[in-house]
Design a protein around this ligand. Structure first.
Ligand code: ADP
Ligand code: SF4
Ligand code: MG
Length: 348
């Protein structure tokens, strides 16, 4: 099995908001191994971008890591700013594609000049070599080579997004942190980009932290994943674990909210309500207000991430869920689908 590349352990991140501290991530843990594509999924406001920013030392000014560690190749990086991180791990090790990535390129500088600048700062490529390489990237993300001399403001939103992906991949990073990289794109373009990401992985053993609100994108393109809700990691495991044997009600409901090739004609369900914002410590299950199976105990302490499948896999990448009823879910789901039958059966 490959080495851990990124290890996030018990990470708690808070934002100062007036006299209070909003907890955007609470005791979050997950590991990404070398060459792995890892999806972090959950609705808007659950803490995904906060975690992405903390990894690259780019939290907003009012944000701070209250506790926990982030290790990159075994080295603790949670206290490093972006420039320190660059010194320690190297600029081309981690590429970050921010959520509002339109702001990360200069709309008034020709895209090819931005590529040449990056190459000058971080590689030995001549301008000619840099341009040739950038043209390849452009082609791969589906922008005609002829547009390489354009200014980003001349591009459509989708093209800007693809140009940013081309710039991020330019230096062949070990880890790509991509925050909603394809959300603005249509399904066909999303597919094309993920095909390219697959090629990058095959050729360069690149890893990716893919952040999205769409669980079907994760199922299609990642190896392992974490589901996040209200600042807590609800479940983590291989994509197959979570797809075939979800052990958290939120993972089950998210699956029903997005298209699934197994059930092409199924009606997509809405998940009522939204993730809560918690000030101070999160000491309850943040899904309890929305969970059909919530009981009083769910509000008595934050459910720990625990093995979901007994003793099968006890490594740090095991299938784990943070639900005190994780082993009862099949029964609970049957009961709620067909309460009358279940009542009869249990009366016997
Ligand atoms: N700079 C900030 N100051 C205060 N609250 C913030 C700040 N950035 C994000 N938040 C809050 O932190 C929570 C998590 O936000 P975010 O990480 O952006 O979630 P996601 O990326 O999953 O949509 C939300 O409640 C959001 O409103
Ligand atoms: S701990 Fe309780 S509220 Fe939270 S997901 Fe499990 S059953 Fe639902
Ligand atoms: Mg976000």
């Amino acid at each position: 099995m490959s080495e851990p590349l990124l290890e996030v352990e018990d990470l708690t991140i808070q934002y100062e908001a007036g006299d209070e501290w909003l907890t955007a991530a609470s005791d979050a843990s997950f590991t990404i191994r070398s060459g792995e594509y890892f999806g972090l999924v959950g609705e808007s406001g659950c803490g995904k971008s906060t975690i992405a920013k903390s990894i690259i030392g780019g939290l907003d000014e009012n944000g701070e890591i209250a506790s926990g560690t982030i290790k990159y190749k075994g080295q603790e990086v949670q206290d490093l700013s972006l420039s320190e991180l660059n010194d320690v791990v190297g600029w081309d090790e981690i590429a970050y594609i921010p959520q509002s990535s339109m702001n990360s390129i200069d709309p008034l500088e020709r895209i090819k000049d931005q590529a040449i600048e990056i190459a000058k700062a971080h590689t030995d490529y001549s301008d000619q070599e840099a341009l040739a390489r950038f043209k390849e990237m452009f082609e791969i993300v589906g922008i005609p080579e002829s547009r390489i001399s354009d200014y980003p403001h001349q591009f459509s939103g989708g093209m800007q997004q693809r140009a940013i992906i081309a710039l991020a991949l330019f230096l062949e990073p070990s880890l790509i942190v991509a925050d909603e990289p394809t959300t603005a794109l249509d399904v066909i373009m999303q597919d094309q980009i993920f095909k390219y990401y697959d090629r990058v992985r095959e050729e360069l053993n690149t890893s990716m932290l893919l952040i999205t609100h769409d669980i079907s994108v994760v199922f299609e393109s990642c190896d392992r994943m974490a589901v996040m809700h209200g600042g807590q990691i609800a479940e983590t495991g291989t994509v197959t674990d979570v797809y075939e044997d979800p052990r958290h009600p939120y993972s089950m409901m998210l699956q029903e909210a997005f298209p699934d090739i197994r059930h092409p004609n199924r009606r997509l369900e809405n998940i009522e309500g939204k993730p809560p914002q918690t000030f101070g410590d999160i000491d309850y299950c943040t899904f309890s207000d929305r969970c059909p199976y919530a009981i009083e105990d769910c509000e008595r302490g934050a459910p720990p991430l625990e093995l979901a499948n007994g003793a099968r896999d006890q490594t740090e990448i095991a299938h784990q869920a943070a639900c005190i009823r994780k082993h009862e879910l099949d029964e609970l789901a049957r009961e709620s689908e067909n309460p009358a039958t279940f009542q009869e059966e249990s009366d016997d």
